[in-house]
Design a protein around this ligand. Structure first.
Ligand code: SAM
Length: 340
């Protein structure tokens, strides 16, 4: 094959697609931001209808729609534009598998990605825009922005967790770094006997409290907020099951070891720690976790996706036994460890 043919070969991941990948993610992000797919759901529209609905001039509208067709996010039905099967299933607001929050979460790193080369060369977080808890800049709007993104994007992993682990034998669960309480609410709504402790930084707990007030009292009274800093403070006693969902990937190994030791001290004998995490060796496309590690390279001091074996070693060093892996969705794995 000559050079030009290799560059534009029809293989799915040809070099041209890699070079223009940032256009693809931005085209998708803008369509989600404008909620195009929800508006088109079940009702294909003409070019003119789309143009006038979004207030676009002819050239930008045609260019945008052509790009969406090329990405198989839209398809033509004669003169009409319709959602593709993927967009209809995953990008329509209100659907159980709606991926809009994930699209927004990753799009929020778009500018940070520009600094990838510096992050590689300097081995330090380059972006301060994304998260508040890695540095001293915990201003109110960052806390709210980040926590809301997490809250929205935690819907799917929180909803499926009870399919992979039965909490019937637990009396009190503690969600460490539980954000705005999505997982606590999911668990207490599915297990009427269960009490939950939500442990997070004071500024997050305060906002979680306000959000929780909007849920039915019967549920919320079984969720107790415990503000604290999991590096400076001990974890409170009282839970027989501790969960860390999407926590360990943020931190370097020695900090993860510290978190496991704190969980071990807080649990009673027979208690369990559930580490629910993006793993490097899980799911149908485990290589995709490399992109989450890149994200962490940009924003965190030492965070990365790890393998089950790496986390198992740290758990056993902290004193846990019977460490087992339960594969769940995407590249999430649930690691269950027991305090003897
Ligand atoms: C990646 S988010 C995960 C949130 C939630 N578990 C989820 O999966 O949606 C990390 C969480 O850890 C919390 N966190 C970060 N540093 C913390 C600290 N030192 N002490 C307590 N919580 C902390 C953050 O406020 C945030 O809610």
């Amino acid at each position: 094959m000559d050079t030009a043919a290799m560059l534009f070969s029809s293989s799915e991941k040809n070099l041209f697609h890699l070079m223009t990948g940032f256009f693809a993610s931005k085209v998708l992000a803008v369509a989600v931001e404008l909620d195009l797919f929800t508006w088109l759901s079940g009702k294909p529209r003409t070019f003119e209808e789309i143009r006038s609905h979004f207030g676009l001039a002819e050239r930008p509208c045609r260019t945008w729609l052509d790009a969406l067709l090329n990405l198989h996010l839209l398809e033509r039905q004669g003169a009409l534009y319709a959602n593709s099967a993927v967009s209809e299933a995953l990008l329509v607001r209100g659907r159980p598998d709606y991926q809009g929050p994930h699209v927004r979460l990753l799009d929020s790193l778009y500018l940070a990605c520009h600094h990838l080369r510096s992050a590689l060369l300097e081995d330090r977080p380059i972006s301060r825009d994304y998260s508040y808890f890695f540095g001293p800049e915990a201003d109110d709007s960052r806390v709210t922005h980040y926590s809301m993104l997490m809250h929205e994007s935690s819907l799917a992993p929180a909803m499926v967790l009870p399919h992979y682990w039965d909490f019937s034998d637990s009396q009190v669960v503690m969600d460490v770094g539980g954000g705005y309480g999505r997982l606590c609410l999911t668990l207490v709504s599915q297990y009427p006997h269960l009490q939950a402790i939500l442990f997070d930084l004071p500024e997050v707990c305060q906002k979680a409290g306000t959000l929780l007030e909007t849920y039915p009292r019967g549920l919320v009274r079984r969720v107790r907020l415990h503000p604290g800093d999991f590096f400076r403070d001990p974890l409170p006693q009282g839970a027989d099951t501790i969960i860390m969902m999407r926590i360990t990937h943020d931190w370097p190994q020695e900090r993860v070891a510290m978190l496991f030791q704190k969980a071990f001290s807080a649990l009673p004998s027979g208690g369990r720690l559930l580490v629910y995490e993006t793993l490097k060796d899980q799911g149908p496309f485990p290589g995709d976790a490399a992109f989450i590690s890149l994200l962490l390279l940009l924003i965190s001091p030492g965070g990365e996706c790890r393998t089950f074996a790496e986390l198992q070693t740290l758990l056993e060093r902290a004193g846990f036994t019977n460490v087992e892996l339960i594969p769940t969705i995407y590249f999430y794995g649930l690691i269950v460890a027991e305090k003897p």
